[in-house]
Design a protein around this ligand. Structure first.
Ligand code: GLC
Length: 546
């Protein structure tokens, strides 16, 4: 299915393992997605991004691929996937697959062959390096520890920027690139409509030298990355009207403009994560630092303006499977009223920005972090490594648990809350990870039954984007950037101006007297009058250009 005006679309991310289980094994599956297509069509989204569905030992929940051509038996089979694509298309929903080609699982046949002999052509598919005095460089793995693993058979080290079971592929080798093209084309032939490329800005490694930090400078937006992406585009999806998004780790605006300027033929859009580091402390994630609103606004606007002026394209998002739940993070989940209001305001503040919005499963009903209290509730490899690392550093158990409850990737991986029945209607078996205990009140069934719920705010925002070009194409003008509580900006398009005002705090806030909120109210949340705006209130006003 070719999407004509893909820029007006909204994407819904499905973390397959936690979406809907139809077999009772405690993990979501493809049939489970099929069962919920009507729900997604009713929400009104255009694309469904499925996290990796391929055969995998699941050390990193599928981001460690063992066989790129085979559907993970835990999720179903190829027939289920074909049915899913067909049923989705019948509802005007398009399917995006997640392609993980920076690395493979060490159980992938290529890696297994590479281990057998240095003479094997597959040895050149990865980065094996000889080093006599410890690891070849001091680079750190993103999941903790050194990024090189010693292999006694070859007496070499191999590179893994992520888990030790995720070996980095050597894209400098043209044979690797050919194999990647085959993979992507295989799924295009099967009928998918787009792709999300996992950590794709790490595929070109530069010099293998010691770093004064953790090594990022040698492989982030590396020397040949644009060349590789252009080639990928030309060899696979480029002429097929597909939507693509690249996940860009620690990237720069300059590179993201290059990745997404249409004429360069690389990708349609990019995710960057700078706005989701505003609750890190001096770059360190594993702290219980509160988020900095001024920084959040400044970073969002830097990217909005920069991408707009540079002619690139942003993906915009608060949540994904690697991030805590936004309502718990930048909103307020202390009580039901605050949860609802802050979730709606966060939705409005994001969905009026320029770029392609992503909704992560459960965000549309205001799912919160689960507030786990024991290390035994965590499953994520990164979180478990971080726990050990903090233990070694001498942190108290309670302190570690507080930090994990705010930062762990498992915060967003708990099962989708469908209804108030056992395990939130996610499974009839034992869920692979605990369901958040608030599912009796926070669930899709309850949200659908209440016209004033968060779900309907999302639904309205999606409709607005489809109907009003200003949201997609309008210029963006930041306003009142120094205001300590309000996030304010304008969109300008032809003879219209839309003003967006969001109170990002739990206090009632006086409106600056130079701020004129008169005009047609496009959407409103909470109380607002010409003088003040209630806790987590938001408003979008349409005016004619003066
Ligand atoms: C991306 C994925 C994350 C995964 C990592 C390694 O950041 O979103 O879940 O662990 O890449 O593949």
């Amino acid at each position: 299915m070719v999407q004509k005006d893909w820029k007006k679309s909204v994407v819904y991310q499905i973390y397959v393992k936690s979406f809907n289980d139809t077999t009772g094994n405690g993990e979501g599956d493809l049939q489970g997605i099929i069962e919920k297509l009507d729900y997604l069509a009713y929400l009104g989204v255009d694309y469904l991004w499925l996290t990796p569905i391929y055969d995998s030992p699941m050390n990193d929940n599928g981001y460690d691929i063992r066989d790129y051509f085979k559907v993970n038996a835990r999720f179903g089979n190829e027939k289920d996937l074909k049915t899913l694509i067909k049923e989705a298309h019948a509802r005007q929903l398009k399917i995006m697959l997640d392609i993980v080609v920076n690395h493979t699982s060490t159980e992938h046949q290529w890696f297994q062959e590479a281990l057998k002999s240095k003479e094997s052509p597959y040895h050149q598919f990865y980065f094996f390096k000889k080093s006599n005095d410890g690891p070849p460089t001091n680079w750190e793995s993103k999941f903790g520890g050194n990024a090189w693993q010693y292999d006694s058979k070859s007496d070499e080290y191999y590179l893994h920027l992520f888990d030790v079971t995720q070996a980095d592929l050597n894209w400098d080798n043209p044979e690797v690139r050919q194999e990647v093209f085959k993979i992507v084309n295989h799924w295009i032939d099967l009928g998918v409509d787009g792709f999300r490329f996992d950590v794709i800005n790490l595929i070109s490694k530069g010099a293998f030298k010691n770093s004064t930090a953790i090594g990022k400078e040698f492989y982030t937006d590396g020397p040949r990355v644009h060349e590789f992406l252009h080639e990928l585009n030309r060899e696979t999806f480029g002429d097929k009207g597909m939507m693509t998004v690249g996940e860009m780790s620690s990237t720069s605006l300059e590179h993201c403009i290059k990745y997404t300027r249409e004429a360069r033929q690389e990708l349609s859009s990019v995710f960057n994560f700078h706005h989701l580091k505003v609750d890190y402390k001096d770059g360190e994630k594993w702290t219980n630092q509160k988020f900095d609103l001024q920084q959040l606004k400044a970073i969002l606007m830097y990217w909005q303006r920069g991408i707009y002026e540079g002619g690139g394209w942003n993906a915009i998002f608060w949540c994904n499977h690697d991030q805590p739940r936004v309502v718990s993070r930048f909103g307020n989940d202390e009580n039901e009223e605050m949860r609802q209001t802050s979730a709606k305001t966060l939705a409005i503040a994001l969905h009026m920005l320029q770029g392609t919005p992503y909704i992560y499963q459960g965000e549309e009903i205001g799912m919160t972090d689960p507030h786990f209290t024991s290390i035994h509730q965590y499953r994520d490899v990164e979180s478990l490594n971080a726990y050990e690392m903090m233990k070694r550093k001498g942190y108290e158990e309670s302190e570690i648990l507080t930090i994990l409850s705010q930062k762990s990737r498992d915060n967003s991986r708990t099962p989708m809350q469908w209804d108030s029945s056992n395990h939130a209607g996610f499974t009839t078996g034992k869920p692979w990870i605990d369901v958040a205990s608030n599912y009796h009140t926070i669930n899709a069934e309850a949200a659908l039954a209440d016209e004033s719920s968060i779900f309907y705010t999302y639904r309205t925002l999606i409709q607005l984007r489809h109907e009003h070009d200003i949201i997609t194409y309008g210029d963006i003008v930041p306003r009142y950037m120094d205001h300590p509580a309000l996030f304010v900006y304008e969109r300008h398009y032809k003879d219209e101006v839309w003003l967006i005002v969001a109170n990002m705090t739990s206090e009632v806030v006086e409106l600056p007297n130079t701020l004129d909120i008169k005009g047609r109210r496009v959407i409103q949340n909470g109380t607002i009058n010409e003088y003040e705006i209630g806790a987590y209130g938001a408003i979008v006003v349409a005016k004619e250009k003066e």
